[in-house]
Design a binder for this molecule. Sequence first.
Ligand SMILES: NC(=O)c1ccc[n+]([C@@H]2O[C@H](COP(=O)([O-])OP(=O)(O)OC[C@H]3O[C@@H](n4cnc5c(N)ncnc54)[C@H](O)[C@@H]3O)[C@@H](O)[C@H]2O)c1
Ligand SMILES: O=C(O)[C@H]1O[C@H](OP(=O)(O)OP(=O)(O)OC[C@H]2O[C@@H](n3ccc(=O)[nH]c3=O)[C@H](O)[C@@H]2O)[C@H](O)[C@@H](O)[C@@H]1O
Length: 390
Amino acid sequence: MASPSSTRIDLDGNPIKPLTICMIGAGGFIGSHLCEKLMSETSHKVLALDVYNDKIKHLLEPESLPWNGRIHFHRLNIKNDSRLEGLIKMADLVINLAAICTPADYNTRPLDTIYSNFIDALPVVKYCSETNKRLIHFSTCEVYGKTIGSYLPKDSPLRQDPAYYMLKEDVSPCIFGSIEKQRWSYACAKQLIERLVYAEGAESGLEFTIVRPFNWIGPRMDFIPGIDGPSEGVPRVLACFSNNLLRGEPLKLVDGGESQRTFVYIKDAIEAVLLMIENPARANGHIFNVGNPNNEVTVRQLAEMMIQVYSKVSGTQPPETPTIDVSSKEFYGEGYDDSDKRIPDMTIINKQLEWNPKTSLWDLLESTLTYQHRTYAEAIKKVIAQPIAS
Ligand SMILES: NC(=O)c1ccc[n+]([C@@H]2O[C@H](COP(=O)([O-])OP(=O)(O)OC[C@H]3O[C@@H](n4cnc5c(N)ncnc54)[C@H](O)[C@@H]3O)[C@@H](O)[C@H]2O)c1
Ligand SMILES: O=C(O)[C@H]1O[C@H](OP(=O)(O)OP(=O)(O)OC[C@H]2O[C@@H](n3ccc(=O)[nH]c3=O)[C@H](O)[C@@H]2O)[C@H](O)[C@@H](O)[C@@H]1O
C-alpha cells in the first residue's frame, strides 16, 4: 500500500495535488470502498454526504484513525437539504453516487426510482455547472438495456458476432422495453441524466466524467434480509444468493437464470475510479464502461459457482436442493424485464486510463463469501433458532 504522505503521480508523470472531494452517496456500497481507498492511499479530503453512515463508520471513528480530519460525514438527504450547494462550493470535485439502484424497486416504486435517478440529481449537475466544479457522475450499464442480438432468432449465427452484443460507449444504442415494463424506469432516468450532463459539458463547459459500472460486487453490497435490512427486502443478486446460502435454502433462479452478466470485483473497479479522480485531463468529457469482460456467466452458472465457493469457505454442505426456478412475476412482480447480456467494450478506458481488471470470478467470490460468512453466519443462526411467534 502506498503511503498517503508520499507524493502521488498521475499517468503523465505530474504530481497530484490533494483535492477536497464532495462525495454524495458516500455511505453506500461503492462509496464505502471509495472512501476507504482515498483514506488509506491518498491525501485527498472527503466531504461524505449520505442519509446513512453504517458502511463507513469504521472510517469515521475513533478519532485516533490515521486519516483523522480528512473525512467528514454530513447526514443529509439531497432531495431537500439547502446545505448541498454550500458543500459543493467547498469542493474541487463532486462525485454523485446517490440513487435507488435495486431492480426490485424499479417496477414496484417507479416514481421514487425516476425521482431519485433524475430529478434529485438535477441540482447537483446545476450547482457543478454554475460554480465550475468538476463532476464524476455514476450512471449504469443498464443504459444499454437489451442487446441488438436479443432481437435475432434464437438460432441465428449472428448472435455469436460481437457486433450484435458488445456494449460500446460511443456506438451502441440504448434499447429498452415498452413503458408498461417499468423495469426500465431506472435505465431511462439514468440515460436522461447522462444526456443532461453531456449537454452541460457541450453548452456550458461543465467538466464531467460519466461512469457506467457493470455489476460491481464485493463485501458490504446491499443487505442481508432480516439481519441488516428489511425481512421482505429484495437486494441485488449477490446478496440474494448470499442470504440463501447463509440460511441453507435453495438459490432462486429468475426465469431459469438464463440472463448473462459480467461481474467485476469492487476493489478492481475502485482502482479505475481513482484513476479518473487523479487524471482529469484524460477523464474529462468521457463516458467509461467499467467492468470485467472475462468474468461472464449466466445467472445459473453464478449460482452454481457461489454454492461451490460457499461450501469451501464455510465448511458446510450445499443445500439438498441447490437451486429452484421462479418466474420473474412471482419474484419481482408485474412490469419486470431483463437485460439479456452485458459485455463491456474496454477500448476507451484502456486507451484513456490504461486500466484493466485483475480478479477472476472465482477469486472475487472466495473473498466476498468469506466476508459474508464471517459477518452474518452467527446472526443468521440466532434468527433461525428463535421460535416463530404464533
Ligand atoms: N454496484 C454496482 O454494480 C452499480 C452498477 C451500476 C450502477 N451503479 C450506480 O452507482 C451508484 C452507487 O451504487 P451502489 O451500488 O453503491 O448503491 P448503494 O445503494 O449502496 O449506494 C447509494 C447510496 O446513496 C445514498 N442515497 C440515495 N439517495 C440519497 C439521497 N436522496 N440523499 C443522500 N443520499 C442518498 C444511499 O443512502 C446509499 O448509501 C448508483 O448511482 C448506482 O446507480 C452501481
Ligand atoms: O450492477 C449493475 O451493473 C446494474 O445492474 C443491476 O441490475 P441487475 O444486474 O439486473 O441486478 P441483479 O439484482 O444483480 O440481478 C442480476 C440477475 O440475477 C437475477 N436474479 C436476481 C436475484 C435472485 O435471487 N435470483 C436471480 O435469478 C435477476 O433476474 C437478473 O437476471 C442493477 O440495476 C443496478 O445495481 C446496476 O445499475
